[in-house]
Design a binder for this molecule. Structure first.
Ligand SMILES: Nc1nc2c(ncn2[C@@H]2O[C@H](COP(=O)(O)OP(=O)(O)OP(=O)(O)O)[C@@H](O)[C@H]2O)c(=O)[nH]1
Length: 308
């Protein structure tokens, strides 16, 4: 007979303890707005939390038990599986961005950490993945360093990248070039043709820059107003000058009418080049000032010109 005065509940069995902790574990998994799953070493899903319902093609009946290559399009499955394999083979946590489609057919980027699960002998028997949607954060990051009108990177990004590029060029012992570009008599263009038309000119300049400087590592910026900049590594100052000349010629060849811009009567650019030697010790401001002086020389030459 239980003692009516005993207020303590009877001790829980080990099984009851396990069930209680499993209930907490399941509740945590199912209410977490992140993707949490495990896979065996053949790539079969052995556990997936409720948040997987957000994924395109998700079917609660068959998801667990299916192979990653049956669940996702081939190139997505390859990317997911590569990171699982790496976590298992290298026995360490792998942090990687992964992309998957949502039910609404939009592609989302996740920051995923994948880590091995070890048995009592310390051997890997599965991998666990924990993925957080970073799509919006990434878009906001891109917006904050992008010029809305031209799609080029903005001054903020120029300031972020300048030091990094200088260090990279020093390490690779390559010549870094800063090219400053300004539209000739743009104030008069705006006054005559109107601001919206002026915006088209700025887009045309951005397009010409992109068409010329399209190697990986080439960086093009709109610094503000009608002022643009490019930062790129090259083999020689002559090679850099030839690229600047291509941008100048590209815009001139578009023959965009600009009646105040005599003598040609078309939109043209002035361009100033500065070369940063791998062992240079100048600050960003000093280098920019040299670029500005080169640009001033191009204006002084009569505009529609490249100067060093
Ligand atoms: N359409 C348009 N104009 C802009 C924008 N931002 C700045 N501007 C204009 O760009 C013009 C820049 O002119 P300035 O820097 O004075 O020089 P400039 O007329 O190009 O003369 P030079 O450089 O000596 O050839 C100003 O009239 C600004 O109002 C923009 O986003 N769109």
């Amino acid at each position: 007979m239980p003692d009516r005065n005993d207020t303590h509940p009877p001790p829980r069995t080990e099984l009851e303890e396990l069930r209680a902790s499993d209930r907490i574990f399941r509740a945590l998994l199912d209410n977490a707005s992140v993707l949490i799953s495990t896979k065996d070493l053949q790539g079969n899903v052995t556990m997936a939390n409720r948040h997987f319902e957000i994924l395109d093609g998700y079917d609660a009946e068959s998801f667990v038990g299916s192979n990653v290559f049956e669940l996702f399009p081939r190139e997505i499955a390859e990317q997911l599986w590569r990171n699982d394999r790496m976590a298992a083979l290298e026995k360490r946590a792998i942090h990687e961005e992964e992309s998957v489609y949502h039910r609404d057919k939009t592609l989302h980027t996740y920051m995923t950490v994948k880590f091995p699960l070890l048995d009592d002998d310390g051997e890997v028997y599965a991998t666990c993945a924990f993925s957080t949607d970073i799509t919006e954060a990434k878009a906001a990051q891109v917006d904050s360093v992008t010029d809305e009108l031209t799609g080029l990177k903005n001054r903020r990004y120029f300031n972020i990248r300048f030091g990094e590029e200088q260090k990279r060029a020093q390490r690779d012992r390559r010549l870094l070039t800063l090219l400053l570009i300004d539209v000739d008599r743009f104030k008069e263009y705006n006054d005559h043709y109107g601001h919206p038309q002026g915006d088209h000119v700025l887009k045309a300049v951005a397009d010409a820059m992109h068409k010329t400087l399209h190697r990986p590592g080439d960086l093009c910026f709109r610094i503000g107003g009608d002022e643009f900049a490019c930062l790129f590594a090259s083999n020689s100052s002559n090679e850099s000058e030839a690229l600047a000349e291509q941008i100048r010629a590209n815009v001139e060849a578009r023959r965009i009418p600009h009646q105040a811009n005599t003598p040609g009567g078309h939109v043209t650019l002035s361009l100033g080049l500065t070369f940063i030697q791998p062992d240079a010790t100048l600050s960003q401001d000093q280098i920019y000032e040299l670029g500005d002086q080169a640009l001033y020389r191009a204006k002084h030459k009569g505009r529609n010109a490249v100067s060093r």
